[in-house]
Design a protein. Structure first.
Length: 126
């Protein structure tokens, strides 16, 4: 019983400290389907190429009425909300049709907005 209590106290301490929250989707680890919100960033791996994920990201921002700030990289997409909250979306190809998507909104992170963007990206994947 003491072991369970010690584990529960440790888990609560980490969660209250804001160190990170793991939200499990369809995967049990941080793979396809699992979502990680950590230090203001929302991260998920998707089953798609870098090119398809980039196209889905641009389509998602347009769907949400957010402008795409011009850039020269397919691995970084930026935007801005009308209230000047900056949006950074990082794309990292992991191989075998897997791309890691990282979304950050604002300097300290906005989980609700990041989740909205991530959901729109997933909807726009082929």
């Amino acid at each position: 019983m003491r072991t369970y209590l010690a584990v529960a106290v440790c888990v609560l301490a980490v969660m209250c400290a804001g160190c990170g929250v793991l939200l499990l989707g369809t995967g049990a680890a941080l793979g396809a389907g699992a979502v990680l919100y950590y230090q203001g960033k929302l991260e998920q791996s998707v089953d798609a190429s870098l090119e398809d994920t980039h196209a889905a990201t641009v389509a998602a921002l347009k769907e949400l009425g957010l402008p795409v700030i011009p850039g020269e990289s397919k691995s970084q997409v930026e935007s801005k909300y009308p209230d000047d909250a900056h949006v950074w979306i990082g794309l990292e190809f992991l191989g075998k049709q897997q791309t890691r998507v990282t979304v950050r909104v604002g300097l300290t992170g906005d989980k609700a907005r990041a989740t909205t963007i991530m959901d729109a990206i997933r909807r726009n994947l082929p």
